[in-house]
Write a protein that binds this ligand. Sequence first.
Ligand code: AMP
Ligand code: MG
Length: 421
Amino acid sequence: MAGHDRPGPTVPLEEARRQLLSSLNRLAPRSVPLDQALGAVVAAPVIAAEDVPAFANAAMDGYAVRAEDAREAPCRLRIVGEVTAGHSADAPLGPGQAMAITTGAPMPPGSDAICMIEYTTLEGDNVVLEAAVRTGQHVRYAGEDVSNGNVVCDSGIEIRPVHIGVLASVGVLEVIVYPRARVGVLSTGDEIRMDPGPLGRGQIRDSNRHALLALVRTAGCDPVDLGVVGDDESGIAAAIEGAARDCDAVITSGGVSMGVADHMKTVLGRLSGGSAHWMEVAIKPGKPFGFATIGPGDTPVLCMPGNPVSAMVSFELLARSALRFMMGHTVLERPRLIATVEKPLVRQPDGKLHLVRVVVSVGEGRLLARPVGGQGSHQLRSMALANALAFLPDGKGIDAGETVPVMLLEPDAVPATESGP
Ligand code: AMP
Ligand code: MG
């Protein structure tokens, strides 16, 4: 029975990551509409087939002039017309002439500079330029931003809003990217209650599935809710097999420890033809971890521990990287920075890397970290109070004032402890 399995080998976190990542393939690239590409990774370089700007145009509202007519100020030129953005001049500009122009309007033929409206005065049909003008002043030339043939988005780039803008600026409205992974999330355990009704004896509410579905979304994937199955081999096997056909990856929680009801090893061993990997990662929390690739599509199945904090930490340190790798990313992990510890981080030596829930803030120009209370792997509330995990190496902990690497879990929400400029 599964509960009598021996624990997998103890491996350092980096080794667990290496084994996991080397078992994965990237998803097949496909073309997607630009407006669905945010966060995706470009799989084939995009080359501009046109210039931006497409034509020389005015960078300011004012008058298009011939610079040779206005080398000295003040000077008076005759206004021969007006050109606004989206239109072009009726006639070329001759010597001694000026044409009123708005920002973005094409330079009239013959003109080679703009005098800003602020430096002009109208005198009937004439304009007086109060400042001298040099050739090319306030002119935006064709191709100054992008030239036909430029690479506007290289392979491997994660598409941010600016890339969507630049691709749209050259008329590219479809882009070849690694698609978002469809990721199924399954909870396992006889005690897990899905609905909000009163809990029966020994029952607990399913927090993992909801948290993992949300984490999957933050990793840039499309989450698929696979519900809950009890601790029974055939039920777990059926749920995982079905999910592997429909999803690009499957994430489970629970059933990976050494208890008699922990069937995941047996099930995954069978579904993978004996090629599943089980290990004890030398981290706390998040120690038990297993994965396999199953079915005709070699769909990865990643098994998180059941304890809610362990499941989240395991996702952050292992599953997130796996999913991002599949989606073509080269930066796989959350940002890791160095923080100064405000209160001692206490621990005992046990051969493991401890991931300590901390609040990271910015103070006196540096990153500061202080632990939150309640570091048990079942204490999810303290995880909710934290915004980072400190990587506390094996040993006796570190004192206030020392530094520790921290992984930011909410990079957009690191509070400043001092008022900025
Ligand atoms: P297991 O890995 O199945 O031995 O579970 C370890 C601990 O995590 C047990 O206390 C479980 O009740 C708890 N647990 C398992 N799955 C979930 C879940 N989906 N939501 C919340 N707690 C869970
Ligand atoms: Mg269980």
